[in-house]
Design a binder for this molecule. Structure first.
Ligand code: HEM
Length: 515
């Protein structure tokens, strides 16, 4: 055969193979879950308002328990029922154990070196083991109990000292969680200017500054940053979020460097007498263990320290603030709670951590608060590491998966009167906060579930119990319960938009507050 004929045959074969491939792919078109038709470039961003969980809640009513949205060019799968949550977080947990690549992970968490944004793999698994064995073991948490008791008492004393005047409760709650977490994680109240016993009821300015840094970190970790979803606008930073991320990243970097230098200096000074005193010490000690498959370097320790501070403070503060806000509108529930407290604890002492198991109504109030106001209403976004089938639908590799706990927690087929704050629904029900029940997911579930849930509960449950045991809560004269603002802001967490202002009247003998 002549050379020209060979070339013609060759070209014909290439075109034939291409056509066959193309046709076959057409036949195997993915069967994606239903969803609104996306626009070119922006996808479905036009349907997402300033409170994305509310927009997604409404969309899920139209498209059902599993839907596909497009954020820019990225498919986003939303699971909005108990079955879908189970499928994503249990049946296919390992496939959905990834996290999407975001600017927040890059600029605010040492290039994905922290727990929250690290990709699923040996580094993450190593870190997770270290956290559960050394940071959040029952023994470790018990060793910090005295800190939680001191800080809870300090909060109650501060509120007592306000003499029933109106207070912005969040300032006091933030101080409680910041102080507990900073002492447990960093070894002291790094964030407390006076470092005193706080008998004056004042909230320090330096705490305010650090709280603002944490607020900014949470907001920026939860925003829909267009550059993460629409590659062609990435470098434009239209919303200005990446600029803010770089600024907050640098502020935390200065703080973390100082923390690590101080810890290393103590270790060098104390040489053989050195023993770990706090979680940073534990991270420095175990991070470089030669038995570990993956080392956790200085940036890793800084990133985890930031995770611990951020994960532990805002979450507890927000939950306690929502609890008091809901309760102040329901004197009948407060009466039932104080009846339980008076009966089990009496009026001569504070509630201790060990008492919580005997206070089912207090536990139910905490659960009900986390049900109606889940701290992360769409959990933290997951990322599918492979293509997978969920309930007969194809979920492509590289999809983002959101578990819509906001909708699940309000599902009328799961909860009676779902929009009512009604703690009794949890009484005598075997619904656990520890993520075995997919109708209630305040801490997520599976490989990426909240690693600090037990510490979070140890701040929130005794905290709320004592706030109710120690005080009668009233609104300032000019505000009526029905006029209270119940709006939220969306970020990685879900705080109240306007902090609640309340007055606290002591209900125990006064000497109890001064102990
Ligand atoms: C009331 C308190 C708390 C609530 C309601 C809460 C809730 C959550 C939720 C819903 C998640 C997402 C889980 C998922 O994606 O499946 C999460 C993740 C996380 N939480 Fe918490 N949390 C609390 C306290 C804490 C505390 C005290 C810490 C640490 C000191 C912490 C550290 C973290 C971290 C590091 C993650 C990311 C885990 C990962 O990506 O693997 N949280 N939390």
């Amino acid at each position: 055969m002549e050379a020209q004929t060979w070339v013609a045959y060759g070209l014909f074969s290439v075109i034939f193979v291409y056509l066959i491939n193309h046709l076959c792919r057409g036949n195997h078109k993915l069967n994606l879950p239903p969803g609104p038709k996306p626009w070119p470039i922006i996808g479905n961003f036009d349907l997402i308002g300033p409170l994305p969980h509310h927009s997604i809640h409404e969309l899920s009513k139209i498209y059902g328990p599993i839907m596909t949205l497009k954020f820019g060019s990225v498919p986003v799968i939303v699971g909005s029922s108990v079955e879908m949550a189970k499928s994503i977080l249990k049946t296919n947990d390992e496939i959905f154990a990834g996290r999407p690549t975001t600017a927040a992970g890059k600029y605010t968490t040492y290039n994905y070196s922290n727990m929250t944004w690290s990709h699923y793999g040996p580094y993450f698994r190593q870190a997770r083991k270290l956290w559960s064995m050394h940071l959040f073991s029952a023994k470790s948490l018990e060793s910090y109990e005295y800190i939680r008791v001191e800080e809870h008492n300090s909060l109650l004393r501060s509120i007592f000292n306000t003499n029933g005047e109106p207070i912005t409760l969040k300032d006091y709650l933030s101080k409680l969680s910041l102080n507990v977490i900073s002492r447990v994680v960093l070894g002291k109240r790094y964030l407390d200017k006076c470092n005193d016993n706080d008998v004056d009821g004042q909230v320090n300015k330096i705490d305010d500054e650090f709280s603002l840094m944490l607020d900014e970190l949470f907001i920026l970790n939860g925003v829909l940053n267009l550059g993460d979803w629409i590659p062609c606008v990435k470098y434009l930073d239209i919303q200005g979020y990446e600029k803010r991320m770089k600024i907050i990243g640098k502020k935390f970097e200065r703080f973390m460097e100082h923390v690590l230098d101080e810890h290393n200096a103590r270790r060098e000074n104390e040489k053989d007498n050195w023993v770990p005193k706090d979680m940073v010490d534990v991270l420095l000690q175990h991070g470089n263990d030669s038995n570990h498959q993956v080392k956790i370097d200085r940036n890793g320790v800084k990133a985890f320290t930031q995770d611990l501070i951020a994960g532990g403070t805002d979450t507890s503060t927000i939950t306690l603030e929502w609890a008091i806000t809901e309760l102040i509108r329901r004197p009948d529930i407060i009466a039932k709670a104080t009846e339980e407290l008076d009966h089990v604890i009496g009026k001569e002492r504070w509630v201790q951590e060990q008492d919580i198991q005997n206070l089912p109504y207090i536990q139910a109030i905490v659960k009900e608060t986390l049900r109606l106001h889940p701290v992360t209403p769409l959990l933290v976004p997951r990322f599918s590491r492979e293509q997978v089938k969920v309930e007969g639908y194809d979920i492509p590799k590289g999809s983002v998966a959101l578990v819509n706990t906001f909708t699940i927690h309000r599902d009328p087929s799961v909860y009676d009167k779902p929009l009512e704050f009604w703690p009794d629904r949890f009484i005598d029900k075997d619904i656990d906060v520890k993520s075995q029940d997919f109708e209630f997911l305040p801490f997520g579930s599976g490989r990426r579930k909240c690693p600090g849930y037990n510490l979070g509960l140890k701040i929130v449950e005794p905290g709320l119990a004592n706030l109710l045991h120690g005080f009668e809560w009233k609104l300032p004269d000019n505000i009526k319960p029905q006029d209270m603002d119940m709006e939220e802001i969306f970020g990685l967490t879900n705080p109240k938009k306007t902090p609640v202002v309340v007055c606290a009247q002591p209900r125990l003998p006064h000497y109890i507050y001064c102990k």
